[in-house]
Design a protein around this ligand. Structure first.
Ligand code: SF4
Ligand code: SF4
Length: 449
C-alpha cells in the first residue's frame, strides 16, 4: 500500500445512500482536484497507447469522473465505456508529479457504476458463482483445477483448442489455463525451518494462486524454510478480495478482508507471534496492504486492519532483509523481469525482485524497454475486455522478444497466466516462472552438487 493510500480520507469508503454520493463527497472531490491536467501520465498509460484518445487516458478519465460527479454526464454510456476500459494498472499514479491517487478515483467510479445499475440475471449468476461460491473457497477451486487437469491430461484441451468450439469469454478463460498441479500441500501442519530457526512467518497462499499455480507456493515455502523460517498457514484464510474490488463489489471485498484479519489474528493467538504475513502475488499483496484503508471507517476493524496491513510483505520484500543463505547453484539463463503492476505501482516494490535475481550465479537479467507497462491481465480485464487486453499483451510480448530472454519472471497470478497465454499464441518457447522458482532451483542445484 502506498503511504498516500494509507492516509486517504476515511469518508471515501463510507457507504452512500445514492450511487453518486461517494463521488460528490468533499473528500472525493479533493481527490479529483489534485489533478492539475499536466498530461505527464499519458505516455505511461497502456490504454492511451492503444487508442490514442484523451478519454482513454488517466487525465481524460479523471475529467469524466468529475463530470459524472456533478451530473454533467450520465453514468451509463461514455462514462461507463471508458472507465470499463481502464486496466487499473496504476502506472499513471507512478508517473503523476501531483500525487493523484488514481486507484482511489477508479475504485470510487467502479463502485458507483456497480451501484447505479441492476445487472442482468446471467451476470448476477456469474458474479455470485465466481465471487461467492468459488474464490472464497480454496477447496472448491482445487477441485475445479483437478477436473481441468483431467481435461488437460486426456488431450481434450488440445482438441478443444484446435477445433475452436468454445464461445468467448469461455475461450479466453480456457486460453489462460496453465499446466495444472498434480497434488496439493496439506496445510494443517506448519513447514519447519531448515537448519537454525530464525523465526516464524505466516503465509497467505491465495485462492486462484493455490489452486492453479501451487508449485509457486511450494517454492515460496521451501525458500523460506531454507532461510531458517518456520512457515505457518492459518487455515481459515480466504480470497484477498481483489477480484471483488475490481468488479466494484466493495461490500463483498470488505467482508473477505474481515475474514482474513480474523483468521490470522486467531491463528496467531494460538501459535505465537509471526514476523510477517507473506504473499507471493502482486495483486493479492496490494489488496492485503490496502485493508487498512478499506476498513478505516469500520469502528470494529480499523485498528485490526491497520495492524494486519502493516505486517504484509511480498516474498521479495521479506527476502531482501532476511536472505541468510544466498543461492549458490548456477543457472545459466538469460532472463527478463515483467513487473506486476500491483507490485510496482501499488506496492512500490521494484528493486527487491531484481536484486534477488542478480544474486543467482550465472543468471543474466535483461531489462524490458517498458518494464512499467501492464501485460493486459489486470484482474479479470483480459476476460471482460479481451480485444484491448490482447493489444496490450502484444506490446508486452514484443518487448520481451527484443530482450532475447528465454525466461520471463512474473510475480503475480494473473500476469503468469497472461504471459503463458502470450507465449502459446506466438508459439514461443518462452518459459514463464516466478522469482521464487528460480531461487528454489538454484538452492536445489547447489544441494545436489
Ligand atoms: S490505471 Fe492504467 S490503464 Fe487506467 S488510466 Fe491509469 S495508466 Fe491508464
Ligand atoms: S493525473 Fe497527474 S500526471 Fe495525469 S494529468 Fe493529472 S496531475 Fe498530470
Amino acid at each position: 500500500m502506498s503511504e498516500a493510500h494509507a492516509s486517504a480520507p476515511a469518508s471515501v469508503t463510507l457507504q452512500p445512500a445514492s450511487p453518486l454520493d461517494e463521488l460528490r463527497s468533499p473528500a472525493f472531490q479533493r481527490l479529483l482536484q489534485q489533478c492539475i491536467h499536466c498530461g505527464l501520465c499519458l505516455q505511461a498509460c497502456p490504454t492511451y497507447s492503444v487508442f490514442g484518445s484523451e478519454a482513454d487516458s488517466p487525465r481524460g478519465r479523471i475529467a469524466l469522473v468529475s463530470a459524472a460527479s456533478t451530473g454533467r454526464i450520465e453514468l451509463n454510456g461514455v462514462f461507463r465505456e471508458h472507465i470499463d476500459l481502464c486496466l487499473g494498472c496504476r502506472a499513471c499514479e507512478t508517473a503523476c508529479p501531483s500525487g493523484v491517487q488514481y486507484g482511489l478515483i477508479l475504485e470510487g467510479a467502479q463502485t458507483t457504476l456497480q451501484r447505479a445499475r441492476i445487472p442482468g440475471r446471467l451476470e448476477r449468476f456469474i458474479r455470485w458463482l465466481a465471487l461467492r461460491q468459488f474464490l472464497p473457497h480454496t477447496n472448491r477451486l482445487r477441485l475445479m483445477a483437478r477436473l481441468l487437469r483431467v481435461y488437460q491430461r486426456l488431450g481434450l484441451q488440445r482438441l478443444v483448442r484446435s477445433l475452436g468450439i468454445l464461445p468467448s469469454p469461455l475461450r479466453v478463460m480456457e486460453g489462460l489455463l496453465p499446466p495444472l498441479p498434480a497434488s496439493y500441500r496439506d496445510y494443517r501442519q506448519p513447514a519447519p525451518a531448515v537448519g537454525q530457526k530464525r523465526g516464524q512467518v505466516a503465509f497467505f497462499y491465495g485462492c486462484v494462486q493455490e489452486a492453479f499455480l501451487a508449485s509457486i507456493n511450494e517454492a515460496t515455502i521451501r525458500v523460506l524454510q531454507r532461510n531458517g523460517y518456520e512457515v505457518h498457514f492459518p487455515l481459515d484464510q480466504t480470497c484477498c478480495g481483489a477480484a471483488s474490488l475490481h468488479l466494484g463489489e466493495t461490500d463483498g471485498a470488505h467482508a473477505l478482508a474481515r475474514r482474513n484479519i480474523d483468521a490470522f489474528e486467531r491463528y496467531e493467538a494460538e501459535h505465537g507471534a509471526f514476523l510477517a504475513i507473506i504473499n507471493n502475488a502482486g495483486g493479492c499483496g496490494a489488496a492485503l496492504k490496502e485493508y487498512a484503508r478499506e476498513l478505516a471507517a469500520d469502528p470494529d476493524y480499523a485498528e485490526k486492519a491497520a495492524r494486519f496491513s502493516a505486517r504484509v510483505l511480498d516474498i521479495s520484500e521479506f527476502l531482501a532483509g532476511h536472505l541468510h543463505h544466498p543461492p549458490q547453484g548456477v543457472l545459466r539463463r538469460r532472463v527478463t523481469y515483467a513487473d506486476s503492476c500491483h507490485l510496482r505501482h501499488a506496492q512500490k516494490v521494484v528493486r527487491q525482485p531484481r536484486d534477488l535475481l542478480r544474486l543467482i550465479p550465472g543468471l543474466e537479467l535483461v531489462e524490458l524497454e517498458r518494464p512499467d507497462r501492464c501485460c493486459g491481465s489486470a484482474g479479470v480485464y483480459n476476460i471482460l475486455q479481451p480485444q484491448t487486453a490482447q493489444a496490450v499483451l502484444a506490446e508486452k510480448m514484443a518487448d520481451i522478444a527484443r530482450t532475447g530472454a528465454g525466461v520471463v519472471v512474473a510475480t503475480n497470478t494473473g500476469c503468469h497466466f497472461q504471459l503463458l497465454s502470450g507465449a502459446r499464441q506466438s508459439a514461443s518457447p518462452l518459459q514463464v516462472v516466478h522469482l521464487v522458482e528460480l531461487l528454489d532451483e538454484s538452492y536445489r542445484l547447489a544441494e545436489e552438487q
